[in-house]
Design a protein around this ligand. Structure first.
Ligand SMILES: *Cc1c(COP(=O)(O)O)cnc(C)c1O
Length: 408
């Protein structure tokens, strides 16, 4: 084991493979059917339906594609509004903008960095069609409250569960709670197929149309089930099916989903016990996981004092061969976000954390020596930094006092 982190280059992400991928891809080739909706696609979809407990799962070539399908299923018309966080990936908004929809951005909670459910109702107008909770870092949004608001105002809830594979909220897997959900198998996520995703459907009334949209606007799925005697163009749609080669790769990953999650959670816990000490010394903040949420170790992030501290730490880590990265530029601040979206209320938490959040190397096969390398460099950085910074106490320098819950 190489304990010298300086020689040990540590990437931010390293795609994990189970070793079964090639075998399943060979099997897919042997079936002489490489286009979508074959044996491996069906196996993956059945796994998602039973493991997540959704009514229907359809594999897609990305989570972005699955989100675009949700916008079609929600029948988003020009001017229709969709409430979502600004601290998210562009696809959350783009999927609706493509249909002429207007992303309406509200602030996030200071603890989970998820859509602040107490800010949703003030953003609802007669044009509102849907709420899109994004489960940041695989930690669930406050879904009971969000579902209740949606019920009261007759809105669709579309979970962006891109980062949420096998996480749970009050025991329920993410992706099984909203009317629709989208997951990602992009190689930066926990369970991967290179590029990939799935649409999960929990409202049975949306299943038939989802299959049609998935199959380029045709009723081909019904035809193959023998429900119609020929298939033809019946609705809008596009090509959303991944090939069997992708599905075969994904099957090898789904089989080991629990093991992959356990590996990531053990890294997450290692980081957490190390950095809790720095949190106790009021140097930084660690992620907060509410009691109702069982997460999947998708991400370990630190909230640092300010942008300057983050920049200095990123540079220090880079000098040691360690890649740690920040995350989203808030969408409401982006060129397209300003053109297509609008903001309701203050974006205090979003604006504050975007400059201070740092993600640490996290992948299923990270070695212990690499985890020690990362934590040692950060501890050394703050040991030195505390002598040079005159105002290091983030509990006082930060105007968001409500961030300072749960240091226990
Ligand atoms: C990764 C991600 C997406 C997009 O996933 P793709 O599979 O790359 O299209 C969408 N939303 C969130 C929150 C993500 O993290």
């Amino acid at each position: 084991m190489n304990l010298n982190p300086k020689i040990d280059r540590i990437p931010f992400n390293l795609p994990f493979t189970t070793g079964k991928e090639m075998e399943y891809i060979k099997q897919a080739i042997a079936t002489e059917k490489l286009s979508g909706n074959g044996k491996f696609t069906k196996k993956c979809q059945a796994w998602l339906e039973s493991r997540i407990g959704c009514q229907k799962a359809l594999l897609t070539h990305s989570c972005t594609a699955a989100l675009e399908m949700t916008a079609l299923l929600a029948d988003i018309q020009p001017g229709d509004e969709v409430i979502m966080p600004s601290y998210t990936f562009v696809s959350t908004a783009n999927a609706f903008v493509l249909r002429g929809g207007v992303p309406v951005f509200v602030d996030i909670r200071p603890d989970t960095l998820n859509l602040d459910e107490t800010k949703i109702e003030q953003a609802i107008t007669e044009r509102t069609r849907a709420i899109v909770p994004v489960h940041y870092a695989g930690v669930s949004c406050e879904m009971d409250t969000i579902m209740e608001i949606a019920r009261k105002h007759n809105l669709l809830v579309i979970e962006d569960a891109a980062q949420g594979m096998v996480s749970r909220y009050k025991g329920k897997p993410l992706g099984s709670i909203g009317h629709l959900a989208a997951v990602s198998f992009h190689d930066t996520k926990n369970i991967i197929s290179g590029e990939g995703g799935a649409l999960l459907i929990n409202d049975p009334e949306l299943i038939e149309r989802a299959e049609i949209i998935w199959e380029k606007g045709t009723n081909r799925s019904q035809f193959f089930r023998g429900e119609v005697d020929k298939y033809s163009w019946v609705d809008v749609g596009s090509s959303y099916l991944p090939s069997e080669i992708n599905a075969a790769f994904l099957w090898a990953q789904l089989e080991l989903a629990e093991g992959i999650t356990r590996k990531r959670l053990s890294t997450w816990r290692y980081y957490h016990q190390v950095f809790k000490k720095l949190e106790y010394e009021e140097i930084l903040h660690c992620p907060i996981i509410p009691d109702d949420c069982q997460h999947n170790g998708h991400m370990y992030y630190l909230l640092l004092e300010d942008l300057a501290t983050r920049t200095a730490l990123i540079e220090q880590l880079k000098r040691e061969g360690i890649s740690a990265v920040f995350h989203y530029v808030p969408l409401h601040d982006s060129v397209a976000g300003q053109k297509f979206g609008r903001v309701v209320g203050e974006m205090k938490v979003t604006n504050d954390i975007a400059d201070r959040l740092l993600r640490l190397p996290m992948f299923a096969d990270i070695r212990e020596s690499q985890m020690y390398g990362v934590s040692n460099i950060i501890e050394e950085f703050f040991a030195a930094y505390s002598h040079t910074s005159s105002d290091r106490n983030i509990f006082n320098s930060n105007n968001l006092n409500n961030l300072n819950v749960d240091v226990a």
